[in-house]
Design a protein around this ligand. Structure first.
Ligand code: HGY
Ligand code: MN
Ligand code: MN
Length: 419
């Protein structure tokens, strides 16, 4: 059967796709419906165990590497370099059921569909689930794929600590996913990731598919403000070194900075911790996490430099000591134009509209683009909501995205870029 007729006849089994998404989402589901499989927790282990069981049912060759990335390989007709279909199954603590999981499970369904129809792809296919994509417990985010792509050395990653001082390498061992395989040993000829958009563009425009051609720059910083603990009832306002007041000014500055820079500048302070955090004690310490993003590297650097100037002035004005630590820093990434075109053509064979777009969220694809041609497929997020249990994509769009993934993978496989 030639490639063209292959594409005409194959389509994924949406029932398995939906039931598997639901089965994974049930793990540690919270009362508000959130999926909570934060990296390297027991819930993450349960999700990993379920994924590995699905891979074994498909007779994939399952490997776990030294940072806990899980790779399932399906052999092709030739011993060419594989095509990798990846994403992640860890979640933020208020996660939806689709972020990451959709791309991994759809990757398995692509292989299930080929097996169901007795079709062997020209080259091997690898489904990858990367460790700690969200980065909410251990930074940086996209950690597993960053180590895989050689952007972070393994030892540094294994020694990273969460807020409680728990060490990542110990957690990897504890959950049984401290693998033996060298990270990045398998360099694919191409990497493709199917993901929900997590933003409002496709949904607002009524377009069911996105061919993601680039991804914006990300700068994560931890800002620690050292003030002076004192009595709330006896310390005059003029005599305070109030870390919380200084933190509030940083939070307002971040919002004003993004609004003043306009265009695509984004700024978020998603986490603030006060010490000692007691009602009648002027806070001696505040720790904030600041997320800055911009599709243009020069503008992201401008935002970072304005922040430095602001913190210097604030430190003098408020009499507090301010420290800054870079938690993650990724320049904007441009994906492979040929894979983007392949994705568009696959959508065309299904007669569905598709639009090129930038990813606002970070993804493992931006790390894999360091070592091989990579691109992404987006499907709409209803109301653009994500990192929230209300995250939703219409079933028909989930099915469509998986079918575009299937056709894109087949087309890439037949193109034989990776001899
Ligand atoms: O932060 C991000 O954009 C991704 O969800 N880790
Ligand atoms: Mn994701
Ligand atoms: Mn996410």
């Amino acid at each position: 059967m030639d490639a063209a007729s292959l594409e005409r006849d194959l389509s994924i089994d949406e029932a398995w796709l939906f039931s598997s998404l639901e089965e994974l989402a049930r793990i540690n589901r919270q009362p508000d419906g959130s999926c909570r499989r934060v990296a390297l927790t027991d819930a993450d282990r349960s999700g990993r165990d379920l994924l590995v069981s699905w891979m074994r049912e498909l007779d994939l060759e399952v490997r776990v590497d030294q940072i806990g990335n899980i790779l399932g390989t399906h052999q092709g007709r030739c011993a060419a370099k594989p095509i990798m279909i990846g994403s992640h199954i860890d979640t933020v603590s208020t996660g939806g059921s689709l972020d990451g999981a959709y791309g991994v499970i759809a990757g398995l369904e692509v292989i299930r569909t080929l097996k169901r129809h007795g079709v062997t792809p020209r080259c091997p296919l690898v489904v990858a689930s990367f460790t700690n994509e969200e980065g909410v417990r251990f930074q940086p985010d996209m950690m597993g794929s960053l180590v895989y792509a050689g952007g972070l050395d393994l030892r540094t990653a294994l020694h990273s600590e969460d807020r409680d001082g728990t060490v990542l390498g110990d957690e990897l061992k504890r959950i049984g996913y401290a693998g033996e395989c060298r990270c990045g040993a398998l360099v694919p000829q191409a990497y493709i990731e199917l993901h929900i958009e997590q933003g409002p563009i496709l949904s607002r425009e009524g377009i069911p598919l996105g061919a993601v051609e680039n991804l914006q720059g990300i700068s994560w910083q931890q800002i620690t403000i050292h003030g002076e603990a004192n009595h709330a009832g006896t310390t005059p306002m003029s005599a305070r070194k109030d870390a919380a007041q200084a933190a509030a000014k940083v939070i307002s500055f971040a919002q004003e900075l993004a609004l003043r820079m306009g265009a695509s500048q984004l700024a978020t302070v998603g986490s603030v911790h006060l010490d000692p955090g007691l009602i009648n004690v002027v806070p001696r310490k505040a720790v904030l996490a600041l997320d800055l993003r911009n599709p243009l590297e020069a503008h992201l650097q401008e935002a970072e430099s304005r922040l430095v100037d602001f913190l210097e002035a604030l430190s003098v004005k408020d009499g507090v000591l301010i420290e800054k630590k870079q938690l993650a820093r990724y320049p904007p990434v441009t994906f492979d134009p040929e894979i983007v075109r392949t994705i568009e053509m696959s959508a065309g064979t299904l007669g569905k509209p598709i639009r090129r777009m930038t990813s606002g969220a970070g993804h493992d694809a931006q790390m894999m683009a360091r070592i091989c041609p990579a691109a992404m497929i987006f499907v709409p997020s209803v109301e653009g909501v994500s990192h929230n249990p209300a995250e939703h994509t219409e079933p028909e769009h989930l099915t469509l995205g998986a079918n575009v993934l299937l056709r894109s993978v087949l087309a890439l496989s037949e193109q034989g870029r990776g001899q």
